[in-house]
Ligand binder design. Structure first.
Ligand SMILES: Cc1cc2nc3c(=O)[nH]c(=O)nc-3n(C[C@H](O)[C@H](O)[C@H](O)COP(=O)(O)OP(=O)(O)OC[C@H]3O[C@@H](n4cnc5c(N)ncnc54)[C@H](O)[C@@H]3O)c2cc1C
Length: 443
């Protein structure tokens, strides 16, 4: 094929992927629906900040941007759990010093990735260009400029859909058939709120932690920002007795927070105003198989596998997609038929696995982290990691601090769960480790 590739979407994945592609000699055109956020103050969409971990960092290192981003991140060592009575305790994410995750601003990261891409001189980003349809047989796609109403159509050789969870490229691929696709709404949505810096300009909560107020059917979380504010996210049912549908007045918002998040009210300065004016985001999981069509179209990032945000992995998984595709390009050169075929064969199962694990983690975060059984299990998990360092790695650590494919993590995690159950059957306090039993189950 020729040396030009077309990307739809300049969110987090698009410019990163484009940069990888230029390293293989390609020129890349990116069509982005929004205007250029480096020139106008517009929201980067979705969340304000994100948790970045090893899979994301690895990709940033590979394209040579990590050193620029690292100073803009805040390490988070663990979950700071806020009890109903205002008590707090830190649950470390790992037991090694380097086992931390990092809070990063989505907008800063997105802008840096776009600038890095443009600096290659081989990538052009066209803004205000919404892809409305892709004709995969004729290899043409339609663009609408939503501000001027102007329409245009263009040809492509290879088109890559990095246009997020509502992907237009994916819709066209699904319409053409042969691609299985499900979009499973979670039934819960999210609302972002702000804890500003104190009057003296300080963080109002411990900065090196991801704060969680777990409340059973819903939760509030907070991640630190470089300006010493925190962005809080309320994850909450869309419908039902206590939900976005019912908590819809100033009085109800205040009683919700007084009842469930009392220690946050005094620091959420604009609670009722932000709750009422900030949009309610919807959440869901996208399962798609395969991710490609012949040698002419492929999906990466949320377009291929949008996941709910409870493992902090959507972006990390999307960046890992780029690393995996890059590996296949190194292996197969210009043979896109093989590259794309192997990409789906190798990696679709990983997308499905992280989607499932992220759903499971919602229950853990909102419901379990504060219960005594969970804490016994967690201690046992860490003790097992110490005793069997290369063979037993807690699932959270495998996902966040290792690059083991998610589908393997999922399988290993389930086996490890069985080991924990077996040990707890022998000693419900989780203090005794029967090494022979563990060895037997691990083999
Ligand atoms: C509340 C929340 C919290 C999250 N927290 C984390 C976290 O802590 N850690 C983590 O790793 N991930 C997190 N994620 C997930 C992360 O945001 C996504 O996985 C990531 O943004 C995926 O990148 P992407 O480029 O594939 O999609 P996006 O970032 O959504 O980018 C898609 C781009 O395509 C453009 N576009 C869309 N349609 C069209 C079209 N038709 N034509 C042209 N352009 C188009 C969009 O404008 C956008 O710029 C979170 C998500 C949410 C909702």
């Amino acid at each position: 094929m020729g040396r030009k590739i077309t990307l739809i979407g300049a969110g987090l994945t698009g410019p990163l992927l484009a940069t990888y592609l230029t390293q293989h000699g390609y020129e890349v055109d990116i069509y982005e629906r929004r205007s250029d956020m480096r020139k106008e103050t517009i929201s980067a969409g979705r969340s304000i900040n994100l948790a970045m971990s090893v899979r994301g960092i690895q990709a940033l290192k590979e394209v040579g941007i990590y050193e620029k981003i690292k100073p803009l991140t805040i390490p988070m060592k663990g979950r700071m759990i806020h009890g109903l009575n205002g008590s707090t305790h830190l649950q470390p994410y790992g037991q090694k010093e380097e086992e931390v995750i990092y809070s990063v601003s989505r907008a800063t990261l997105n802008m840096e990735l776009m600038s890095l891409a443009e600096e290659t001189g081989k990538i052009r980003i066209y803004f205000n260009q919404k892809c409305t349809h892709v004709d995969l047989d004729k290899k043409r796609f339609n663009i609408l400029n939503e501000s001027t109403g102007e329409e245009s159509d263009h040809s492509f050789q290879l088109i890559i859909g990095v246009d997020g969870s509502a992907s237009a490229v994916r819709n066209s691929m699904v319409d053409r058939g042969k691609i299985q696709f499900t979009d499973k709404p979670l039934g819960h949505g999210y609302k972002e709120l702000t804890i500003p810096p104190s009057e003296t300009g300080e963080f109002q909560l411990e900065p090196n932690a991801l704060h969680i107020w777990p409340r059973g059917k819903f939760m509030l979380i907070a991640l630190p920002n470089m300006d010493r504010s925190f962005t809080c996210t309320l994850f909450f049912p869309m419908e039902g007795e206590t939900s976005f549908a019912t908590v819809n007045s100033k009085e109800k918002i205040i009683s919700l927070f007084e009842a469930y998040f009392p220690d946050s009210i005094s620091i959420l300065n604009r609670l009722t105003e932000e709750y009422r004016t900030n949009p309610t985001g919807i959440l869901g999981s996208v399962y798609c198989d395969p991710w490609h069509l012949g040698d002419s179209a492929v999906l990466l990032g949320d377009a291929a596998h949008a996941v709910v945000p409870f493992f902090g992995q959507g972006m990390n998984a999307s960046f890992q997609d780029c690393t995996v595709l890059n590996g296949l390009m190194i292996e197969h050169g210009d043979d896109w038929k093989t590259i794309l075929n192997e990409f789906s064969q190798l990696h679709v199962k990983n997308g499905h696995a992280i989607a499932n694990m992220a759903l499971e983690n919602y229950i853990e975060m909102r419901d379990k982290v504060n219960d005594s059984q969970y804490r016994i299990r967690r201690k046992l998990e860490l003790a097992l990691e110490n005793q069997f360092p290369d063979r037993f790695i807690p699932r959270y650590s495998m996902v966040s601090f290792h690059q083991i494919p998610y589908s393997k993590v999922y399988k290993r995690g389930n086996l490890q769960l069985k080991i924990i159950e077996a040990l707890l059957d022998l000693d419900p306090n989780g203090k005794t480790i029967d090494r022979v039993l563990v060895e037997k189950m691990l083999n």
